[in-house]
Ligand binder design. Sequence first.
Ligand SMILES: [Zn+2]
Length: 275
Amino acid sequence: MTFPIHKFVIGTIVAALSIGTLTLHAVAPKKNKKAEAAPIAKADYPQTDILLPPTSLLDYPTAGELNRLESPMKRITTDFSPREISHVGVKDAERFKEGPTEIIDLSQIQEGDYAFPLPGAKVISPYGGRRKYHSGYDLKTKPNDTIVAAFDGVVRMAKPYAAYGNVVVIRHYNGLETVYSHNSKNLVRPGDLVKAGDPIALTGRTGRATTAHLHFEVRINGTHFNPNYVFNFTRRTLKKECLICRNKGNHVTVKPVRALPRYLLNEKNREGNAK
Ligand SMILES: [Zn+2]
């Protein structure tokens, strides 16, 4: 039987707090025996398992592992299955093959190796929202405007798909996938190799759309996440952040980290040199 570490941590914290309280009791003058005998309010402490705050800095990968994880080029599957060429949210057999964490360091993507998907566009609807969850960013310029690939990659899907209308999905060598939807026309086909900035479709209002626009999504292993972790939609530039992606089985959590790991890595190296 394994003993969950977080139980141990909570136990230790509770024990430490209890000792602290007991010490205070010992020092405090004994006035009322009844009050002293009153048990420490155990109800104030967690009695059952509770989630501890994220410990991303504590369980950070080791230096060697980090170098491999943050490489801008990752292995991707390109011999697409029938499922991969016909559905938007599908997994990539190469993702999370070596562990539950993958790091995508956007700061390692060079100028020219990315492109804003709809040049000159303004945001008409961001990701998320309280009432009906929005899985991407809506970008608008004019009808039949040229949509371009955000990064180098391979077209995985290009077809009409329910509310998406004409949709293009590209699998990128950086481990991400991007989705371009409501197109009046798709200009690419599954298996096509594209470079960042290559035209892939024209803006339209196919599927569920009330105006001609681009519905743009960013996904990893089938899970969409906030595209503003990747692009600054005001400046239309790539963010220089590191995405810490954790596989949770049926979905992936993505956390952007500003300066990264580099800095942790340097710190580790310094410790190593000091010895
Ligand atoms: Zn949308």
